[in-house]
Ligand binder design. Structure first.
Ligand SMILES: Nc1ncnc2c1ncn2[C@@H]1O[C@H](COP(=O)(O)OP(=O)(O)OP(=O)(O)O)[C@@H](O)[C@H]1O
Ligand SMILES: [Mg+2]
Length: 235
């Protein structure tokens, strides 16, 4: 199986007066295509920083990074934005829907930003709305939706470009356990149906155990990286 992520000695240092904050410090991580990896660790351990760098939202200050066979550190800002749009689906804790757009328009947004013509949108968006049981909500505004519908819109939007990689930062943190379980079930289904690689940051061991493998960060470095079977035996 090929690797979708090869990160070597990744660092992210923020200057603070004469010293620096080492949000990430020498992270080596390889993720195979189709793998489901959870990232856990205490607050401030660097989880979001790592996810943002893997997705090209931030640049590392040290190390090298290949994502989907591209050396993304070597891309210009415009190239990186295009790469991100086409290859990565993000799901954030607050889901970040655009309030002035309908459900269908929110899902279509990455396609529109990528220059797709309006006429092509329906073929891509409708199957996703069906997959997430949102067919009858296509014309609704986000403020009309229930919390569990909003999360499904966010996942559908993350999938609309058929990305290689889904990066989710604590997508269940603000949900009750039933809605959180639904999000995780959808992520697992997306992985099974489409072979998408998923990296999930979470504080919840139950959520983390949906993955094949759990990476634990501490103080900006990887403290452990083990298949979920081995982690559950240790707990
Ligand atoms: N823009 C920034 N400038 C300075 N320091 C930063 C910046 N962004 C993050 N940090 C620091 O980097 C470290 C890692 O932050 P990060 O947000 O990645 O942690 P996290 O593991 O996601 O935490 P949480 O569980 O609270 O979400 C923290 O010490 C944080 O304060
Ligand atoms: Mg975080």
């Amino acid at each position: 199986m090929t690797s979708v992520i090869i990160a070597t000695s990744l660092g992210k240092h923020y200057a603070q007066g004469a010293s620096s904050i080492r949000a990430l410090d020498g992270v080596d991580l390889t993720v195979r295509r189709g793998e489901f990896v959870s990232i856990m660790g205490p607050r401030g351990s660097g989880k979001s920083t790592l996810l943002h760098i893997l997705g090209g939202l931030e640049r590392p200050t040290a190390g090298s990074l290949r994502v989907a066979d591209i050396d993304i550190c070597g891309l210009s800002d415009n190239e990186l934005a295009r790469f991100r749009r086409r290859n990565i689906g993000f799901i954030f804790q607050f889901f970040n829907l655009i309030p002035a757009l309908t459900v269908a328009e929110n899902v279509a947004l990455p396609l529109l930003l990528d220059g797709a013509r309006y006429a092509c949108l329906r073929d891509r968006v409708e199957p996703l709305l069906e997959m997430f049981s949102l067919g009858d909500r296509a014309g609704c505004m986000p403020c009309e939706l229930l919390a569990h519908e909003i999360q499904r819109v966010a996942i559908a939007r993350a999938l609309v470009m058929s990305p290689d990689l889904i990066l989710a930062d604590e997508p269940t943190a603000r949900l009750d356990s039933r809605s959180g379980g639904e999000v995780l079930a959808y992520l697992r289904r997306v992985r099974e149906d489409r072979g998408v690689t998923i990296i999930l940051v979470t504080h919840d061991l139950g959520a983390a155990s949906c993955a094949d493998r759990v990476v634990i960060l501490r103080d900006g470095h990887i403290e452990s990286d083990a298949p979920i079977r081995r982690l559950s035996r240790r707990l």
